[in-house]
Design a protein around this ligand. Sequence first.
Ligand code: PLP
Length: 329
Amino acid sequence: MLEHGGGLRAASRRYGIALEDWIDLSTGIAPWSYPVPDIPAAVWQRLPEDDDGLLDAARAYYGTAQLMAINGSQAAILALPRVFAPRQVAVLAPSYNEYAPAWRAVGHEVCECTADEILHSAADVILLANPNNPDGMRFARQDLLAAAERLRAGRRWLIVDEAFADADDEHTLVQLAGTQDAPNLIVLRSAGKFFGLAGARIGFCVARPEMFTRLGRQLGPWPLSNPARYVAKVGLGDTAWQAVQKQMLRETSVRLAQLLATHGLAPCGGTALFQYVSCAEAVMLHDFLARHGILVRCFDIPSALRFGLPANEAAWTRLALSLTEWRKK
Ligand SMILES: Cc1ncc(COP(=O)(O)O)c(C=O)c1O
C-alpha cells in the first residue's frame, strides 16, 4: 500500500500520543464536513438504484450530464488503466502517488513528466491533477484544452483529476469532458475533499458514455453504497452550504499561508484545502511537529511538507506555538 495522509492511529502508536490529542493536518480533506443528514432505514436496507436522484444532483452541481458515480475518484484511478490496452502513459510527477503504479501494474509503459513537460508528451494518455496535489500547481484551462485538441487528432487521451477543484475551480474542464468538443477528455471529481466526506468514498467520472460501460465492467454493480449515494445527493444539492464552505476554506487557507510565512515557512504553492512548503528540513520538522501531536504530510523528493487546514482556534494556537518553538531550536 502506498503512503497517504491521515494515518492518525499509526502516528498515535509511534509517538505515544492518544488519538484524541492529535491535530491532523496530514490530509487535504476539509476540516468541516457536510452535516450528514439522518439516513432512512430503507436506504441502508435496499440496494442502490440509478434513478434515486443522485445523478440529477451531480449534473446540477458539476454542470454536465456525462457522469458516472463511483466509490471515490480512487476507484477510477485504479480502474481506468484496465479499460485501455497497454500503451504509453505520461503521468505528472510529483503528484498523487497512486497514478503511476496503477498504470504500470497492468502493463502500460509509464513516463513520469514534470509540469513543464507533460502537455507536450508524445504518450497515448496524459494524466495529471489540476490543481495538483501536493504542490497546488495549476494548469491553465486554455493550455489543457489545446492539449486535448492535439491529442484528439491522434486518438489519444487526456485525463484530468480535479479532486481538489471544488473551491479552486477557475481552470476546471468538468463541463467539457466527454462532449463533442472534447470526447477524449476524462475528468475525475471527488466529494471527499471539499465536502469533507472522504470516509464515504464518493466520486465521479466525467467522460463519454462508452467509457462508463467499460468502467462499469471493471467496477461491477453498485460501485457506490446506498448511504453514500444518499448523503452525496443531499450535499451536492445544498448550494447554500457549498457557498459558505468555499469561502471558509479559501479564507482559512490564506490564514494558514500567512501563519507559515510568519514562521519562515512561506508556502510555494497551495489550494483552498492545503499549503505546500518546500523545506530542506522537512523530515525533521515533520518529526518535531509529530512530537507535539501535530501530524503533517512529509515528502522526500523534493523535500517538502504539506499542511492541511486547522479546524478550530485551539488547533491554530497549538500550531503557532509549535512553529515558534521550532524556530527557536
Ligand atoms: C489528487 C487526488 N486524486 C484522487 C484522490 C482520491 O480521492 P477519493 O477520496 O475521491 O478517492 C486523492 C486522495 O488523496 C488525491 O489526492
